[in-house]
Design a protein around this ligand. Sequence first.
Ligand code: 8GT
Length: 135
Amino acid sequence: MNATPALPAPVPVVCAVIIRGGRIMLAQRPPGKKLGGLWEFPGGKVEPGEAPEAALHRELQEELGCSVRITQALAPFVHAYDWGSIKLIPFVCELAKGSTEPHPHEHTALVWVEHEELLRYDLAPADVPVVEMLD
Ligand SMILES: Nc1nc2c([nH]c(=O)n2[C@@H]2O[C@H](COP(=O)(O)OP(=O)(O)OP(=O)(O)O)[C@@H](O)[C@H]2O)c(=O)[nH]1
């Protein structure tokens, strides 16, 4: 018998690299939450039985009040934090035609930055490999 307890499965998390006019949106996590103050791609946890794409649309509506069109699915990967692991499922998106302007309902701030500037932001550690996947 294997005495090693099974590690909990990584928590699936979707995130959106939203591109507009050559700039990419970053959102700042509020203080007091996990990774508070760090910058991330908007998104969140996938609910049980939910498709990742559906989770992405739901989270972006909740967090930013906007709708997007997914243009590319990037390769999901697992990132281990000291409190557990996430399976990050990134999508490249653009704002959907007729979408409302995104507003931060849950984040402290939103910025639109050039690709070359992304790594100058203090990113959630799991987001660094996502930046490296972008062309
Ligand atoms: N939304 C989002 N979450 C990310 C990214 N990168 C990353 O490590 N995460 C982590 O993945 C989890 C996503 O959950 P969430 O955004 O729905 O969670 P939350 O802060 O409401 O819940 P939490 O307080 O349990 O972390 C967070 O722990 C967050 O720190 C990212 O780019 N986008």
